[in-house]
Design a protein around this ligand. Structure first.
Ligand code: GRF
Length: 217
């Protein structure tokens, strides 16, 4: 089936989630990758795949506002159906988020609302959590506060190191994010008054794949 949903990915680093989104795209098409870091490894992978990849370094602009404006303009120029943040380390301005609200999604390495922000694995371990995981959510103007679409849980093993836990969560991120994006492209879930509703098929698949949908808990 030809895909209708066009996605621009924003990233700042390694780009493993972008790679997974790219490899598992069934109902969407990644039409561009935009970064605030020219050295981001994800940009090189995008170019190898023939995807247009653009970088807007802080050093190429007189100030941060100018850098942001250039980056936002580049994203708008793609005229994407959706925007997927995949390790994008800048906080988006509220006006940009509002412009695309309901069409910007993010992957975060914790079971939100627990552990928004950075160092999620270390914080979960320090708190002796038994359950950890990752979340895909709509982006709003807060930090990792937007409506949660779906999550994947990981049981924390006794004596697990931060690196081991991070790797196991990342493996689940690589499954969860493309699954959500493919369902977004198919219109399998809807956002209304910051609440999610899901198609029966998406709910069935979530049970099979051991993903948690918002409202399940
Ligand atoms: C991932 O852990 C993601 O959850 C977080 O940033 C990291 C990006 O990793 N938002 P990668 O660049 O996709 O490998």
């Amino acid at each position: 089936m030809p895909s209708d949903l066009t996605i621009v990915v924003l990233l700042s680093g390694r780009g493993s989630n972008f790679k997974s989104l790219s490899q598992k795209a069934k109902h969407y098409r990644i039409i561009g990758v935009v970064s605030d870091k020219p050295e981001a490894i994800g940009l090189a992978y995008a170019r190898e795949q023939g995807v247009q990849a653009l970088a807007f370094a802080r050093s190429d602009h007189p100030n941060r506002a100018a850098q942001r404006a250039a980056l936002y303009a580049a994203v708008r120029k793609f005229n994407p159906g959706a925007i997927a943040l995949a390790g994008f380390m800048q906080i988006l301005e509220a006006s940009f988020v509002d412009e695309f609200f309901g069409r910007i999604i993010n992957i975060h390495p914790s079971l939100l609302p627990a552990y928004p922000g950075l160092d999620t694995h270390a914080r979960a371990l320090a708190a002796n959590e038994r359950q950890h995981g990752c979340s895909v959510h709509f982006v709003d103007s807060g930090i990792d506060t937007g409506p949660i679409i779906a999550q994947a849980q990981v049981q924390v093993a006794p004596n697990e190191t931060e690196e081991q836990l991070a790797a196991r969560v990342l493996a689940r991120e690589h499954e969860l994010y493309p699954w959500v994006a493919n369902h977004m492209a198919q219109g399998s879930f809807k956002l209304r008054d910051r609440k999610l509703s899901y198609s029966a098929e998406m709910q069935r698949e979530a049970r099979d794949l051991d993903f948690i949908l918002s409202g399940d808990k």
